[in-house]
Design a protein around this ligand. Structure first.
Ligand code: NAD
Length: 315
């Protein structure tokens, strides 16, 4: 079994916000790419800019490559692309490898892995962290689960996209780690948003709050990389949607339930992000959750104002 160094033939399914810059790194490294997306124009535009071949179907893609990367919204889409009718599993050769770099549900990943193993195809889960900017410069982190021989074969492919390659253990542990990472990240963003709005109501300047948090123990990735850039600026353009973050939290909550670990804050955080998704719409940037807290803040203020007047009018 060969290690997949350039110009090995790689299939890439899912050319969204993350998939495009990640595939561009592979093209730049000299891999021969066969690409597709549900939105075919994304594949056509990619090939015009970076080279490679637009695959006319998943079967054609799978028949042309040694490994397939999936960078899709969730585990359901991955299952459909891999095991669904006309999916890649039917046309990949024995000995080939599927690398799921999406943030998928780890329990589903183990099921897909078993189905593939029956066809002598390996599955490696290698979700990423770092967002769109780090996808562009190839400095993502990836957390990789699965068979160590298969991982060693695809390591050069992963290193073309990621600066940090962490082995996490058995298949699914990469996806579990990713969901847990996003749980911590989402909790940090939410609580910092609440702190910002509390401070603002008390008379602190939002810019000053962020500056002080970032020089103090309250800082986190969101206060450093998202608050000034996407929230105070009102650009809401981090490139990571609210729907995907809420999905990651549901994956983390399911994982908590499957392990039996009591985790009340995980449950609350998942509920808050899922409600935000219903209220604002999943396609909004995830940083837009502060708009919801601001709206509730205003509604609360007018409720309190009404209450005060009524109380004040009593003798
Ligand atoms: P995205 O929605 O921008 O892209 C997903 C792409 O998959 C779209 O182009 C869509 O057309 C395509 N697609 C969906 N179903 C398909 C199917 N059945 N067949 C072919 N193509 C299909 O999402 P994204 O932001 O690129 O994220 C991709 C994955 O990476 C998600 O699991 C997400 O949680 C994770 N992730 C995102 C970020 C980020 O900052 N955006 C960071 C780390 C991880």
């Amino acid at each position: 079994m060969t290690t997949l160094v350039p110009p090995a033939r790689i299939g890439f399914v899912g050319l969204g916000n993350m998939g495009r810059p990640m595939a561009a790194r592979l093209a730049g490294a000299g891999y021969e790419l066969h690409l597709t997306d549900k939105d075919v124009s994304l594949a056509t535009n990619f090939v015009a800019a970076h080279g490679g071949t637009v695959a006319p179907s998943l079967a054609a893609l799978a028949g042309a490559v040694e490994a397939v990367i999936t960078m899709l919204p969730d585990g359901k889409a991955v299952r459909e692309v891999v095991l669904g009718r006309g999916g890649v599993a039917a046309s990949l050769s024995p000995g080939s490898i599927v690398i799921d770099m999406s943030s998928s549900d780890p329990i589903g990943t183990r099921e897909v892995g078993e189905a593939l193993r029956a066809k002598k195809i390996e599955l490696v889960d290698a979700p990423v962290s770092g967002g769109v900017p780090r996808a562009h410069d190839g400095s993502l982190s990836t957390m990789v689960g699965g068979d160590e021989v298969a991982i060693a074969r695809v390591r050069p492919v992963l290193e073309a996209m990621a600066k940090h390659v962490f082995l996490t253990g058995d298949l699914g542990t990469g996806h579990a780690m990713k969901a847990l990472n996003n749980l911590v990240s989402a909790g940090g963003l939410w609580i910092a948003s609440e702190a910002l709005l509390i401070g603002k109501r008390f008379g602190l300047s939002p810019e000053r709050i962020v500056e002080i948090l970032n020089a103090s123990t309250g800082r986190n990735n969101s206060t450093e990389k998202k608050f000034k850039q996407h929230m105070l600026s009102r650009s809401f353009a981090s490139g990571f949607s609210l729907g995907l973050m809420a999905k990651d939290l549901r994956v983390a909550a399911n994982l908590a339930a499957a392990t039996g670990q009591p985790s009340p804050l995980t449950a609350l955080c998942t509920q808050l992000w899922s409600e935000a998704e219903s209220k604002l719409g999943g396609s909004q940037d995830h940083t837009a959750i502060i708009k919801l807290l601001e709206a509730e803040d205003d509604a609360g203020a007018s409720r309190r104002e009404r209450g005060k007047t009524a109380f004040g009018s009593k003798p």
